[in-house]
Design a protein around this ligand. Structure first.
Ligand SMILES: [Zn+2]
Length: 536
């Protein structure tokens, strides 16, 4: 995290350069806000330099030595010695920015995040224009861009009868939905091929829909078909290969939403998966990935702890099958196999669901009831009518693979999180510490990557990959999305035991030139902007 003497040696030169440029611009610049004396990491990956940053309206209007350039500012804030970076990008977020409590973005702002990418996992809304218009009307704390999702397209066309390959005319209808989403400003097309209803799609269907996204310059974002424990899956490596093929034949750039292998059996396959991705990158396929830095995942029980046929048709069908002895006799051994692949019932903790069972493992709940873990799942699903029952799967990722991925220059960062409802009793700590933990564990403690490299992967890398101009760097003319850190105080407070703790060390956050976080406190200013593809 510390930058060495080499940087200091080049500071004088940098100063002269930026000051010189500013001085040539004519009369003394006037700015609305001046951040004075920061150590500026511009997001491009190089070391920090001392610089003052001037902001006018929503843009960075000055970068250099303010006193030498005789900059006049309406408001000046000293950030002396603090690290100033572009605002961070959570490229796979489930934050509900249009709704309370997600609208305030507090877990994200307290980590320095200013932009979230939504509509991932194939869950995106097709009404992209309406969503973005609502964000603008209501006000949002973070900048937000959206993908158009495979799931709603499939559901809209096939209804509850989705547990089969789509017919040609159905694919045509889905293409129209994807086209509409793209026309309305979606960044691209997203899938969740491990989930219903995407699970039942063929590779060809997904390629056909990718071609529609590609025609508008869209990106393909995937929660791919089998990260290692899909039931029944095609295997982790085949899944990686399928995603690459979809992008290559579909003509899209590809991002693996949250890349890693799940489960003990798939952990050793990571080097080969990386080899396949890098080989494809070598032949010109634009592939990126985002990573979660925790080793636990979180998802819905009906979404990942049962065979895909069980919830097919929707919650009512699931309930009927859970209560039907014949269906249950078929389902139970399959659930037992899934639990075993995922590390067993002690590794599965209920996060959202009936309060008396949250933060407790399936093994524990089963023991209380005197039933098997599979029977515990059956009862919990019946209690919750098969909806909004979430769980966290401990130790599903390998920390070694997390480390390996962190060092790749094509890997970005994601929380995969959302602000839980106020009355939620338990949640995954990733929402509160997904970025901060990368700084404390991988940068500071383990020194696996440098701070400039980590920041680049959270700022300019996503901005350029997603094709959003004038964001992701600290540069005159760019939007003033900025995070100011006190490096010595950066610390995630969220833990598996106490997840709802805000990160520390983030001093200020500006979103489009406005303080969203000032002196460590959320201001409540909703200065986020909905972002359409191409940044419009
Ligand atoms: Zn996902």
């Amino acid at each position: 995290m510390k930058t060495g003497p080499v940087t200091r040696a080049v500071l004088g030169w940098s100063f002269l350069l930026v000051t010189g440029l500013a001085a040539q611009a004519g009369p003394p610049p006037r700015v609305d806000l001046l951040l004075l004396g920061g150590r500026v990491l511009d997001g491009a990956g190089g070391d920090w330099v001392w610089a003052d940053i001037g902001i006018t309206a929503d843009r960075i209007s000055f970068l250099g030595h303010a006193a030498s350039a005789r900059v006049r500012a309406r408001d000046t804030v000293s950030v002396k010695g603090l690290l100033v970076t572009p605002g961070l990008w959570d490229v796979h977020s489930h934050e509900e920015v249009g709704r309370v409590p997600g609208r305030w973005g507090k877990p994200f702002l307290t980590q320095g995040v200013t932009t979230v990418i939504l509509g991932v996992d194939g869950f995106g809304n097709n009404e992209v224009a309406a969503m973005l218009a609502r964000y603008r009307r209501q006000g949002i704390a973070l900048n937000a861009a959206r993908f158009v999702g495979h799931g709603p397209a499939r559901t809209k066309v096939m209804g509850t009868d989705f547990a089969r390959p789509a017919r040609p005319e159905e694919i045509e209808a889905m293409k129209r939905y994807v086209k509409k989403g793209m026309d309305e400003g979606a960044l691209g097309f997203s899938t969740g091929l491990a989930y219903n209803p995407g699970y039942y799609s063929t590779t060809e269907e997904v390629i056909a829909l990718n071609r529609v996204a590609a025609a508008s310059g869209g990106i393909y974002d995937t929660h791919d078909r089998d990260m290692g424990v899909s039931y029944k899956g095609i295997g982790f490596l085949n899944s990686v290969t399928e995603a690459i093929r979809i992008a290559e034949e579909g003509g899209t750039s590809l991002v693996f939403s949250h890349f890693n292998s799940l489960g003990l059996k798939a952990h050793p396959d990571m080097p080969e998966a990386i080899r396949r991705i890098e080989a494809a990158r070598g032949r010109g396929v634009n592939i990126m990935a985002a990573q979660i830095v925790y080793t636990a995942s979180e998802s819905s029980v009906d979404g990942h702890l049962m065979p895909r046929w069980a919830p097919a048709g929707g919650p009512d069908s699931l309930l009927a099958r859970l209560k039907d002895p014949v269906s249950w006799a078929r389902m139970e051994p399959e659930i037992a196999e899934i639990l075993a692949n995922r590390g067993g019932p002690t590794k599965i903790l209920i996060t959202e669901g009936p309060k008396e069972f949250t933060k407790r493992s399936l093994a524990d709940i089963g023991a209380q009831w005197g039933v098997s873990p599979t029977e515990a799942i059956r009862r919990l699903l019946i209690m919750t009518h098969g909806t909004r029952l979430m769980d966290m799967n401990l130790d599903i990722y390998s920390i070694e693979n997390v480390r390996t991925l962190a060092r790749k220059d094509w890997v970005m960062t994601t929380t995969d999180g959302y602000t839980p409802a106020t009355d939620t009793t338990y949640t995954h700590p990733r929402t509160y510490g997904g970025f901060t933990r990368k700084f404390t564990q991988l940068v500071r403690d383990e020194k696996l990557i440098t701070m400039p490299a980590a920041i680049r992967g959270m700022t300019s890398l996503p901005a350029s990959f997603y094709g959003i101009p004038n964001r992701g760097l600290i540069k005159p003319g760019f939007y003033a999305d900025l995070a100011v850190f006190d490096e010595s105080r950066i610390q995630e407070k969220a833990s598996y035991d106490q997840p709802r703790q805000y990160s520390e060390g983030t001093v200020h956050v500006l979103v489009n030139g406005k303080f969203a976080l000032r002196d460590g406190k959320v201001t409540g200013v909703l200065a986020g902007q909905p972002i359409r593809r191409g940044g419009r």
